[in-house]
Design a binder for this molecule. Sequence first.
Ligand SMILES: [Zn+2]
Length: 383
Amino acid sequence: MSTPTTTSVWSSLVGQRHVVDTLSRAVDGHGMTHAWLFTGPPGSGRSNAALAFAAALQCPQGGCGDCHTCQTALAGTHPDVSVTRSETAVLYIDDMRELVHRSALAPAQRRWQVMVVEDADRLGERTGNTLLKAIEEPTSKTIWLLCAPTIEDVLPTIRSRCRNVALTTPSAHEVARFLADNDGIPDGLAAFAARASQGHIGRARALARDENTRNRRREVVSLPGGLTTLGACLNAAANLLDIAKDETLAQTDRSNARELTDLDTTYGGDRQAKASRSYRAALKELTHHQTQRERRRVMDVIDRSLMDIMSVYRDAISLQVGGPGVLVNEEVRAQIVDIARRSTPEENLRRIDAIFAARDHMMEYNANREVTLEAMMVRLRIQ
Ligand SMILES: [Zn+2]
């Protein structure tokens, strides 16, 4: 692994120079305010930016990246940096009340009480109102850092009180250079991962580092080329779900096991303790939480897979209209050439619409995934 020449809390923000300028000026006291809203597409690093800002605000040197303060703030373990991550589709009002309560406490150290809320788009009306009061009348030491995909995703009452920091999707070139410089990834692999991730840093890193992740992506982008019969469409829907579940399991198995061990340890772990009513209640709650989290993660993976499939049709359109050279999915070029030959650009645009519609049905209206994906695959069929 190569070491970057200058480290600072900002070095993990890829292609966001304007954001780094704004935030470092604020750390120096220019344009500082008590509520910030970090927006940007998935993977652009909005929560990394919020954490980097938190670290810079707490660090005596304004965000050196090396000291204990920076390291703990970036890891979310600094006593005066609270990070709220939602594992479910909504943020709960009790959690928000507790957060608001904590925000009013004096910082344990001398600087700021920084409250990071990673999924401010998951705030409902009531939960949002709980937060609103704290944002309207913060203590002089409290800083709120909210994150969401876009400004429109956040309740108007809240967003109007925040200063917006908009992250943009980094270019493939910027992502590739980051992977090579920061993670020591060989150039060719870095270029592939940057292209295939479409500017999603976390995804690019996973693709660069993990062969299984690369194989799963390859399976996904190979699906459109095989959609020639009704049976193939239904199979593809089932495969997509399986791939999403595999990928989710790879992430959740370890944390589920750890949480169960923690619970057992808390209760002493013997048979008598495990038979107690309170243990069983706690176990039930943990299981419910894990199921919710798994559901959300599967949806996140499906969502990303749909973006990958969409990129196949974009590639096909780009071939059809004679767009410039490199495809996002260079590794399945032959299949894309075939799709391009057997369809019109209009048909491929309609396919992209069908993918967006399926995504909305599942994300906004909680539609049955299997049925929705089957219907979508049928609309992607090559005649
Ligand atoms: Zn530092």
